[in-house]
Write a new protein. Structure first.
Length: 171
C-alpha cells in the first residue's frame, strides 16, 4: 500500500523498494532518476540553455577570485565578499596546509599587536585582535588536521594465499 506517494518502508540508501506505485520493483537509482526527471520537468526551460560566453567567463572568474593567500574561499557563486581580505575570520576559508608558515607569521604578528594594544590601552583594538587571534588559531588547527589526514600510510603487501585456497607455498 502506498500512502501519499511514498513507500511505507521509506526506502533510503541502497535498500530496495519492495512496493513502488503499483508498478514493478524499482531500485534506489531508479527512484533517483525518476526524481531528477520530475524536478527537471518543473524547472523553466531557460535554465537548461547553453551559457553565453560572458556568463561562462563570470563563472570561471568567480573561482579565480576565491584563491587567496591562505587557501580558498568557499563562498557560493554570485555571492559578494562583504569582508574581502579579512580571511582569517572568514568561516568559509578552506586553508591550504602549504600556507601554514604564512599563517604562523600572521599569528605571531597578531600576538605582538595584541601586546602593543594592551600597553596603549586600546580596548577596541584588543577585542578585535583577540577575535582575529582566535580565528587564526582555529585555522592553524584546521591546517594541521588537514596535513595529518593527507599523509601516506604503508599498508604492506597483501597475502592472498589463504583466500585463494592455498594454505602453503608448496600447493
Amino acid at each position: 500500500m502506498i500512502t501519499h506517494g511514498r513507500c511505507p518502508e521509506r526506502c533510503h540508501g541502497l535498500r530496495r523498494c519492495t512496493r513502488s506505485r503499483g508498478g514493478p520493483r524499482k531500485t534506489t537509482p531508479g527512484h533517483h532518476r525518476s526524481f531528477i526527471a520530475r524536478r527537471r520537468s518543473l524547472r523553466p526551460g531557460e535554465d537548461y540553455r547553453e551559457p553565453t560566453a560572458q556568463e561562462w567567463q563570470d563563472f570561471l572568474a568567480h573561482f579565480e577570485l576565491r584563491k587567496v593567500a591562505l587557501g580558498t574561499c568557499a563562498r557560493d557563486f554570485g555571492t559578494p565578499g562583504v569582508h574581502e581580505h579579512a580571511c582569517i575570520r572568514c568561516p568559509v576559508l578552506r586553508p591550504d596546509p602549504e600556507q601554514m608558515p604564512r599563517l604562523e607569521e600572521i599569528h605571531a604578528n597578531l600576538l605582538d599587536r595584541l601586546q602593543e594594544a594592551r600597553e596603549q590601552g586600546w580596548l577596541g583594538e584588543v577585542a578585535a585582535i583577540e577575535a582575529s587571534l582566535a580565528a587564526a588559531e582555529q585555522k592553524l588547527t584546521a591546517m594541521r588536521d588537514l596535513a595529518a589526514r593527507h599523509t601516506t600510510v604503508h599498508l604492506g603487501m597483501p597475502d592472498f594465499r589463504s583466500s585463494a585456497g592455498r594454505l602453503d607455498a608448496e600447493q
